[in-house]
Design a protein around this ligand. Structure first.
Ligand code: NAD
Length: 512
């Protein structure tokens, strides 16, 4: 063995043993129902696997329909009882407390998240801070913006609206930014007064369990918040079909969203759907190219490319394309692919071998479709993880599968254009409509193109920077409804209208 090879082997062993040591400290995970950590009724479990070592981390209780029913009954009781009767200020105190507890445990939660998902720790730390803020934000927003409207009808009526909580909310979440996306639903659901059953993604249960521990510590009344771990087709499906669950807030793949809506139709539920994306980034010739390059690179390679709003389709004006592509290649070769637990890692392993195989398969398809594939490097000592190197697909075109379908990995397809109208047409020529990014220094063109792109969210001369007050969500096959700010009240509350006669208006006198 050469000295270099020996060094790599020992570095590999060192990294693996660090992950294994952390995993060995974790207990198995139970369901959280009615304020207690419990086994599944049938005692079933499934294995949680590390994306870095591909070894088991721990065992997770596998919830089924009976567990969902138990959780729903406890959530119903809490809604009709203690939680439903709290004053708003008392309820929001709990919500603020959850935010504070998350903040106090930021580093620990970020570590669990990175261990479980392969997301780089510098990125999960930011997500956990945002998660704490989500609770504070929604408590503030309920206080300041959850008000009704008044309609005066001459001197005959005053009609006014009030918001009331809907009931038991079923929240179904994905694995790509698990903790943050869970808080995005839990915070508004609780702040508006609902009770909750969370069905987290089966591939990323660690931080969901930490959430249950934090909520337990915050002392919420039993049954207000419940977690049933398990698979989509069993636990998730039972939640969707349960007649006493009034709301399903779902984030995940478009096809899953459509299945859920079909399966929940008999029970006539309210659905919020945050689905897949294939978002364009358009760089015009007059843009600040260095900043556009920073944004494009971050937008596709952060979160290991497993980001719903990733700019996975890059449209470059032909006059700047060569220069831009050369710089993008350099970035890709320099991105630090590494252990997700290291501070300087920029890209980590994908969540699971199934997903890794999907992404790899798309690279094969790209080759068959005629793309030139440019990839960064994966250090040899990372051989056991689900690593896909940051990748650029050159010579792509709109009709290719790799341009139409969501790859959900660190892969960007690059295309060129001549005219504004042409690029708008290409940008809109996909089934998705989640996000879009426009780079130009022509202020009129920036607005014009942003208006013309068919998607729920557009950024001009910026990467995805979230403003919690604004609506988040997609158009076309990327979703139904909006999260964020007061928009969440449409979903999580019933808006009631109360008509009050203040005079003696005419009443028909049938049969008098
Ligand atoms: P997924 O659809 O496979 O799973 C999401 C959740 O749904 C999981 O908890 C899963 O167990 C559950 N589920 C699966 N089948 C179900 C069924 N029949 N009934 C009830 N629940 C079921 O998605 P994923 O692979 O976890 O996440 C990646 C996807 O999520 C990507 O498409 C991504 O774009 C999308 N996403 C969208 C947003 C957004 O805000 N629009 C944000 C993040 C991720």
């Amino acid at each position: 063995m050469s000295v270099k090879h020996e060094e790599l082997v020992s570095k590999h062993e060192e990294l693996v043993s660090k992950h294994e040591e952390l995993a060995s400290k974790l207990e198995d995970i139970k369901l959280y129902i009615n304020g207690e950590f419990v086994d599944a009724e049938d005692k079933g479990t499934f294995d949680n696997i590390s994306p870095f070592t591909n070894e088991k981390i721990n065992s997770i209780a596998s919830g089924q329909a009976a567990d969902i029913d138990k959780a729903v009954q406890s959530a119903k009781k809490a809604f009709k009882g203690e939680w439903g009767n709290l004053k708003q200020a008392e309820r929001l105190e709990y919500v603020y407390k959850i935010g504070d507890l998350i903040e106090q445990h930021t580093d620990e939660i970020a570590l669990l998240e990175s261990l479980d998902t392969g997301l780089p720790i510098a990125q999960t730390r930011k997500q956990v801070s945002r998660s704490a803020n989500n609770f504070r934000f929604y408590a503030d927003t309920v206080k300041s913006q959850m008000y009704g409207e008044v309609y005066q009808v001459d001197d005959e009526f005053i009609n006014y609206t009030v918001h009331s909580a809907v009931g038991v909310a079923g929240l179904i979440t994905p694995w790509n930014a698990p903790f943050m996306l869970e808080t995005w639903k839990i915070a508004p659901a609780l702040a508006t007064g609902n009770t909750v059953i969370l069905k987290p993604a089966e591939w990323s249960p660690l931080t969901a369990n930490r959430m249950a521990e934090i909520i337990d510590q915050a002392g919420l009344p039993d049954g207000v918040f419940n977690i049933v771990h398990g698979f989509g087709e069993t636990a998730g499906d039972a939640l969707v079909k349960h007649p006493d669950v009034q709301l399903i807030s779902f984030t995940g793949e478009t096809t899953t969203g459509s299945t859920i809506m079909k399966n929940g139709a008999d029970a006539l539920k309210r659905f919020s759907m945050e689905l897949g994306g294939k978002s364009p980034i358009i760089v015009f010739e007059d843009a600040d190219l260095d900043r556009a390059l920073d944004a494009a690179t971050w937008g596709i390679f952060s979160f290991n490319g497993e980001r719903c709003t990733a700019n996975s389709r890059l449209y470059l004006h032909e006059s700047i394309a060569n220069e831009f592509i050369e710089k993008l290649k350099e970035r890709v070769w320099n991105i630090k692919v590494g252990d997700p637990l290291e501070d300087d890692t920029q890209v980590g392993p994908l969540i699971k071998t199934e997903h890794y195989n999907n992404v790899k398969n798309y690279l094969k398809i790209a080759e068959e479709e005629g793309c030139e594939i440019i990839s960064g490097d994966i250090p040899t000592e990372l051989s056991r993880g689900n690593y896909v190197a940051p990748t650029i697909l050159l010579n792509a075109s709109n009709e290719m599968r790799v341009v139409q379908e969501e790859i959900f990995g660190p892969v960007i397809a690059v295309m060129t254009f001549k005219e504004e109208a042409e690029v708008i047409e290409k940008a809109n020529d996909v089934r998705y409509g989640l996000a879009g990014y426009v780079w130009t220094n022509d202020i009129k063109r920036g607005h014009r193109v942003a208006h013309a792109i068919e998607s729920g969210m557009l950024w001009v001369n910026s990467q995805n920077v979230r403003d919690l007050r604004t609506p988040f969500g997609g158009s076309k096959d990327s979703g139904i409804g909006r999260e964020g700010g007061h928009y969440a009240f449409e979903f999580y509350t019933e808006q009631k209208i109360i008509h009050v006669a203040i005079g003696d208006h005419h009443i028909p006198q049938f049969g008098k």
